[in-house]
Design a protein around this ligand. Structure first.
Ligand code: PHE
Length: 337
């Protein structure tokens, strides 16, 4: 009999329950009314007095081992139940909030500044025809200035291309509306350029257009000063003569950034001045192309790259950061604005 009991002890020690049913049948097998322990106790009565002591001890060992196992299962079960109950009260998985892209922050800032002085927003297609991107903007076929912006062509003759500037939107706007016109056109533009720290095939622009009777260069200068003051808190600007086919006269706008810090020295190359946009008085040919009487109306236009402005605002040294979507870069802007 002692052998049988020892076998049982071994079995109990090695037993591990794989399921609830499993552990329940284990309990019944040993502790049930007709279970092994009861059977053993029944047989125990008929045992010789001299063997009783040893066998009794073994049966008790078996009993306590079985009870311990059963208790273990029960507490495991409880723990699982507790866990399941607990989950109901736990908050969900923490969701990490994203942050606004710096280009979007700057885009909104620029738009907000012009909306305050009555500009509306106009948008147009990124895939353009030759007329809206070039010809109507006083850049007829074979005009050398077409090379100023390396173009991605989708189809040739008739040309379909990715717009190289949002001036194309201004043409569309002028074709559909008559003066007074006061609109800004934010959007993506494409140029077939080598990607480097300073240039990228895809970037973003905001271009502005104001057309009315008696719009002068002084109005243009004042508008740009207002923009610089609102955007950068600095309004000292200079207008450097430049060339754009669609404006005459044309100018490049520099802002006086200052030379207070080492960074100022670095980004202005020691001059204190930074180029921020192009502008000019709309060429009469452009107005006529859009059926606006250039004898009656005049206007100005300006255009800037959002990346360039964002690089200045946040002192970002490489344009490629904007497109890599590295979370370590993007998260820095979650608290700005
Ligand atoms: N379209 C020009 C560019 O993309 C910018 C510009 C707009 C210049 C309006 C003058 C007037 O470079």
């Amino acid at each position: 009999m002692i052998e049988i009991i020892k076998e049982h002890i071994k079995e109990v020690e090695n037993f591990s329950a794989e399921s609830k049913e499993n552990s329940e049948s284990f309990r019944i097998k040993y502790l049930g009314k007709k279970g092994i322990l009861n059977e053993l106790f029944k047989k125990f009565k008929d045992i010789d007095a001299n063997e009783r002591k040893i066998i009794g001890k073994e049966i008790n060992i078996l009993k306590s081992k079985v009870k311990k196992k059963v208790l273990e299962f029960q507490s495991e079960k409880k723990e699982e139940e507790n866990k399941a109950n607990e989950d109901l009260y736990k908050p969900g998985f923490p969701i990490e909030f994203g942050s606004e892209h710096p280009l979007n922050i700057v885009r909104k800032n620029i738009i907000g500044i012009f909306e305050k002085i009555g500009y509306c927003i106009s948008e147009g297609p990124e895939i353009e025809d030759d007329w809206h991107n070039f010809t109507a903007l006083n850049l007829p076929k074979h005009h050398p200035a077409r090379d100023m912006q390396d173009t991605f062509f989708i189809k040739r003759d008739p040309d379909i291309l990715l717009r190289t500037h949002t001036s194309s939107v201004q043409i569309r706007y002028m074709e559909k509306n008559s003066p007074p016109i006061k609109t800004i056109s934010p959007g993506r533009v494409y140029r077939n350029e080598d990607i480097s720290a300073r240039s990228h095939c895809l970037f973003h622009q905001v271009e502005g257009l104001y057309i009315d009777r008696d719009v002068s260069f002084a109005n243009l200068k004042h508008t740009i000063e207002y923009f610089c003051k609102s955007m950068f808190g600095k309004s000292q600007i200079r207008l450097r003569p430049s060339y754009f086919p669609f404006t005459e006269p044309s100018a490049e706008v520099d802002i006086y950034w200052g030379l207070k810090s080492e960074t100022d020295y670095r980004i202005t190359k020691g001059t204190g001045w930074l180029e921020i946009m192009g502008c000019g008085m709309v060429d009469p040919n452009v107005l006529n192309n859009c059926n606006i009487d250039s004898e009656k109306y005049s206007g100005f236009a300006f255009g800037m790259g959002i990346e360039r402005i964002a690089m200045l605002m946040y002192q970002i040294s490489d344009i490629r950061y904007f497109f890599q979507n590295d979370l370590r870069f993007l998260k820095q802007f979650s608290k700005i604005n």
